[in-house]
Design a protein around this ligand. Structure first.
Ligand code: PGA
Length: 248
């Protein structure tokens, strides 16, 4: 049985003080349950404040939105896996669509970043997803396959035991449009088959892209959808607590 996972991606929002206020509000509204995890991805400057503010909340982890694969050195503006961990991160997003398409991270960069995360024992959430033109050209399965295999190539099933995958169609992120539960589940099934071919079992596969209180239940009703990665609708602690209380 795969545990449900609710992941909040705050993106470039919510500074340290606001993170403390958010956590206090969320803790009042949300009762942890043994069948689910709640993970928060604050901006790097808020990692430490968020870690402290969510401390002790059962089945909750704090994660970095991005890391740079080098261990240390002259990389102005970058945060290594070790630095993220020192600030409280236990999980990390890898290859989020904004990293790929706004910041120009390549599939090779994603592969290196995944290795850096595993080396520091951060749990990786590998994000994959097709752009609109790729979807319209019928290339969705091909694109997510290429992204997944490029990232995990050369890693053993043992190394990938902690891996979480998030399927986020680029055209659905922050747009108010989302894949139908059936379409998303079909992509998840394809990803699961590829993981099985690589000997990796039990991977949680999340859906992301304009998930909100109105559509989350129908997405989670799909047996192949193990949770959600949410941007916009995770910024309000009250609404997010409601989303985290829903489920199968
Ligand atoms: P959204 O973002 O929920 O605002 O569409 C999802 C994400 O980018 O992870």
């Amino acid at each position: 049985m795969r545990r449900l996972l609710f992941a909040a991606n705050w993106k470039m929002q919510i500074g340290p003080g606001e993170a403390r206020r958010y956590a206090a509000e969320f803790r009042q509204r949300f009762t942890p349950a043994s069948d689910r995890d709640t993970w928060f991805f604050p901006p790097a400057v808020s990692l430490e404040a968020a870690s402290a503010a969510f401390q002790g909340l059962e089945n909750t982890q704090i994660g970095a939105q991005s890391i740079y694969w080098e261990v240390k050195g002259a990389f102005t503006g970058a945060v290594s896996a070790g630095l993220a961990k020192a600030a409280g991160a236990r999980v990390v997003l890898i290859g989020h669509s904004e990293r790929r398409h706004v910041f120009g991270e390549t599939e090779a960069d994603t592969a290196r970043t995944l290795r850096a995360a595993l080396h520091e024992e951060l749990v990786p959430v590998l994000c994959v997803g097709e752009k609109l033109d790729q979807r319209e050209a019928g290339e969705t399965a091909l694109v997510v396959k290429r992204q997944l295999l490029a990232a995990i190539a050369g890693l053993s099933a043992n190394q990938l035991a902690s891996l979480v995958v998030a399927y986020e169609p680029v055209w659905a992120i922050g747009t108010g449009r989302n894949a139908t539960p059936t379409d998303a589940a079909a992509v998840h099934t394809g990803l699961r088959t590829l993981l099985a071919d690589a000997g990796v079992q039990g991977t949680r596969i999340l859906y992301g892209g304009s998930v909100n209180q109105g559509n989350v239940a129908s997405l989670l009703a799909e047996p192949e959808i193990d949770g959600v990665l949410v941007g916009g609708a995770s910024l309000d602690p009250v609404g997010w607590a409601t989303i985290c209380a829903g489920g199968k």
